[in-house]
Design a protein around this ligand. Structure first.
Ligand code: S3P
Length: 412
């Protein structure tokens, strides 16, 4: 299954909407979502008129009409009968109408069948902007949408932590065996952004990407989405991708996202050591000292780099030793993540698990340590990528683009 890319457009009036429709045309999306809740005024007649004009501009591109109510995170305050009237009017013109499936099933069924009678399909939708409901609830909501007759069932949730993102991916995959209707799922915000491109795992049939403006938090650029979706469909790796960089550059976070997108196995060297030793890095430093930890680190690097096709994320001190660099260079391409001391300090200041920083958690100390280490990092790196934008998907995109150019990654 190929995931379609849908680009939302949103404006106050016909002029703004048409201008945006023309702009997004250049981005060649598979679908466009006309978000009507930003209109200054709204009536069934004007909705039909604007939708017709947009359709003319878009030609063969499929058009979704959406009136997102305040209750579901949009801008429109409207009563149920007006909502229904507008959705049904739009259905006579567009390919899909987004219907918020809330409240009584009979009401939802009625609006869905009226839209079907007008010749459009229905995307049932549901939104959670402050949390990720538990799995049973997500399944229940999607079943309800299918029960109401939706042709596609969509749920957008907000993660509180990375476990919520993993859970959304997992429950999305299960849904294939629970309902027979195609699904769209996404975990919103920067934290959940990987779910917009790991559709081979989620089974999501559409991803919403930014053409002109984002319409929800965490949407990524359409060009980036296209490329990463392709990678997600199938790619290969020569050797290993080895992530290095100062503490707090996000090596672990980036390697997890990269792993989700590429399917390459991800290995965190610190986590590997902790697992083998049965104690935390801080405990190892405290009881046996740094030198002992460095020996464990070298052994771990030897062991993990025996295999290929993996993303290996190294502790910040791993490449300070020549021996370690020799081990790694033979087995893969070294990618350095760089950030300013300010970015780093902001990320690590509340952490307590790094013995090297615990002694003196200050911007000055971070600056000083970075000044000592950066020349070494730069000398051993094959590729350097800045992470100052704090955007894991952008970082993954930049890494994959360079590694593809260098011949390490190939996209099927
Ligand atoms: C270290 C960085 C840590 C960990 C250990 C030593 C360092 O890894 O290996 O505390 O010397 O920079 P992260 O860079 O993943 O925090």
């Amino acid at each position: 299954m190929r995931t379609k890319i849908c680009v939302p457009i949103m404006g106050r009036d016909s002029n703004e909407i048409i201008k945006q429709a023309e702009q997004v045309l250049e981005k060649k999306p598979d679908m466009v979502e006309l978000r009507a809740d930003g209109f200054d005024e709204i009536s069934p007649d004007m909705v039909v008129e604007i939708t017709k004009k947009v359709k003319e501009v878009l030609g063969k591109i499929e058009l979704i009409f959406t009136l997102r109510t305040k209750r579901e995170g949009g801008e429109c305050e409207i009563n149920e009968s007006q909502y229904k009237e507008i959705c049904v009017s739009a259905a006579s013109v567009c390919h899909y109408v987004d219907v918020e499936i809330i409240g009584h099933l009979e009401i939802a069924e009625k609006i869905v069948s009226e839209i079907h009678n007008q010749g459009a399909k229905v995307i049932g939708s549901s939104h959670y902007f402050d949390h990720t409901p538990d799995n049973e609830k997500i399944i229940e909501i999607m079943k309800k949408m299918e029960g109401a007759g939706a042709d596609i069932c969509k749920i957008a949730v907000m993660p509180q932590d990375k476990e919520d993102v993993e859970r959304l991916i997992q429950v999305s995959a299960w849904l294939k065996n629970i309902i027979s209707t195609p699904i769209i799922t996404m975990s919103m915000g920067e934290l959940g952004s990987v779910t917009r491109v790991c559709t081979a795992q989620t089974g999501s049939c559409v991803t919403f990407a930014v053409g002109v403006h984002a319409s929800a938090p965490g949407q990524i650029d359409v060009g980036m989405a296209r490329k990463l979706l392709k990678v997600n469909q199938g790619c290969g790796l020569k050797g290993n991708i080895i992530l290095i960089g100062f503490m707090g550059t996000g090596k672990t976070t980036v390697s997890k996202a990269l792993s989700r997108i590429t399917g390459f196995k991800e290995i965190d060297v610190d986590a590997y050591i902790v697992e083998k030793q049965g104690r935390s890095i801080s405990e190892i430093f405290e009881s046996k000292g740094e030198e002992y930890f460095r020996k464990l680190e070298t052994n771990a690097l030897k062991e993990v780099s025996e295999k290929s096709g993996q993303i290996i994320s190294c502790g910040g001190g791993a490449v300070l030793k020549d021996e370690n660099v020799d081990i790694l260079k033979k087995r893969g391409v070294i990618v350095l993540l760089t950030a300013t001391p300010e970015t780093i300090f902001d990320r690590v200041k509340d952490h307590t698990h790094r013995p090297i920083l615990n002694r003196d958690m200050s911007l000055k100390h971070v600056r000083q340590l970075m000044a000592e280490r950066e020349p070494r990092y730069k000398e051993v790196a094959d590729v350097k990528i800045s992470v100052d934008a704090n955007d894991r998907i952008l970082t993954c995109y930049n890494i994959l683009t360079v590694l593809e150019e260098m011949g390490y990654v190939h996209v099927n």
